[in-house]
Design a protein. Structure first.
Lengths: 112, 115
């Protein structure tokens, strides 16, 4: 994910709605992907991961979808709550690299 | 118990000073990392150590020197601090050097402000 200008992309949703956060990853050789949540003043926190041999994985209230054809990853959050407000990052690793590369974050703002 | 702990949480210092940030993990992980997060929230890897051995060294000024006395500790020393070093620095660890066994566990960050 390339940076999209000076401001962090923002998704504003109403409490109770579903949220979809998108990410375009950069390396076609990446084979492991993770979504992280970063709350204000804290470090990134693991939410869910997916390997390249899968196209969907579900967790508690979260689903990650992977489309390798277009190098796209999405995070779906069901019944979004105020506590979900945070910056969300996708991250990729694999191929010739052994480091986790982060995309540009998306700020999720949940309106009560 | 905090899994990855780093100190200090805040660090304000003058240009030209030398400072250190410490990191410890109690997860039994083999690999530790330092990331820098800029004002736009972009996270970039700086260094990685696997069992005390340096395995990743990104294009970072040589004023930054990591030190790993054992696999549970990875400290970051910064010489001759510059205004552009102001950022939040995150320590992280992973079970193995590929980070594909549950990703990385991050500390809560050290906010460095150089004045």
């Amino acid at each position: 994910g390339e940076s999209v200008g000076l401001h962090l992309p923002t998704l504003s949703v109403q409490e109770g709605d579903n949220s979809i956060i998108n990410c375009a990853y950069s390396n076609s050789a990446s084979d492991y992907f993770i979504w992280y949540k970063q709350e204000s003043g804290k470090g990134p926190q693991f939410i869910i991961d997916i390997r390249s041999n899968m196209d969907k994985r579900q967790g508690q209230r979260v689903t990650v979808l992977l489309n390798k054809t277009v190098k796209h990853l999405s995070l779906q959050i069901a019944a979004t709550q105020p506590g979900d407000s945070a910056v969300y990052f996708c991250a990729e690793t694999g191929g010739a690299t052994n480091k986790l590369i982060f995309g540009t974050g998306t700020l999720l703002a949940v309106q009560p | 118990d905090t899994a990855v702990s780093q100190t200090p949480k805040y660090l304000v210092t003058q240009m030209g000073n030398d400072k250190s940030i410490k990191c410890e993990q109690n997860l039994g992980h083999d690999t530790m990392y330092w990331y820098k997060q800029d004002s736009k929230k972009f996270l970039k890897i700086m260094f990685s150590y696997n069992n005390k051995e340096l395995i990743i060294n990104e294009t970072v000024p040589n004023r930054f020197s990591p030190k790993s006395p054992d696999k549970a500790h990875l400290n970051l020393h910064i010489n001759s601090l510059e205004l552009g070093d102001s950022a939040v620095y995150f320590c992280a660890s992973s079970q193995d050097h590929l980070g594909q066994l549950g990703g990385y566990t991050f500390g809560s960050g050290t906010r460095l402000t150089v004045v």
